[in-house]
Design a protein around this ligand. Sequence first.
Ligand code: ADE
Length: 251
Amino acid sequence: MTKIAIIGGSGLEDPSILKNPNEIKISTPYGEPSSSFKTGEINGVEVGILSRHGREHSITPTFVNNRANIWAIRELGFTHIIATSACGSLRDEIKRGDLVILDQFIDFTRFRKTTFFDSFEKGELKHTPMADPFNNDLRNRLINAAKELKLSYHPKGTTISIEGPRFSTRAESKMFRMWGADVINMSVAPECILANELEIPYATIALSTDYDCWKTDEAPVTWEEVLKVFNQNVKNVISLITKTISSFQPL
Ligand code: ADE
């Protein structure tokens, strides 16, 4: 049975989209997840919402316990993960408010636990393939739903995940563009890596909120801008999630 975990980034802390709401608290061998799971149904499909930065948005990107989050998701029997994330645009054509259905990431984080496999038990090797880290079935469902809803979206895109919580320098921002990154955020890696290690299909809806600082004709990004633009557009993220989840309903 399909059971979908939604990992909500900044601005998606209010799980009022759920029918028959309930709450589950769970602990893991890796410690506590970022929040409890707000569970319920969306269009008849079981879902659970986890707030990546905690319900009070008190957990900084570096200290999100991604291993506990992903472990808890598996422990509770979720079959898919749809993650949301605010991102900065590194391309002119990705405008504020646009949604990007990511297909690649570059991991530029430095201080995070990026694996469940700290040691190889009994000589068992765990070098997880990561060539295509976002699940294509889930991505296609998101793309079809975005098309039907006539949202302003991009069917693919590479994100670079930085450590944060600071934003980038102009030199970094320009370098990330040269590396081929289309958007920038602080969360996708290692969350996506860990989901792949546990073989849970994972996709991200990245909502573009700013142009980072590579543009010379604009003021550099601020956190206030990120929050403002995210909140102005979060309704599109919610309708995209809702429509995508309906695609899992049995006919
Ligand atoms: N999240 C939203 N905008 C961002 C930016 N410019 N850099 C890193 N993370 C972000």
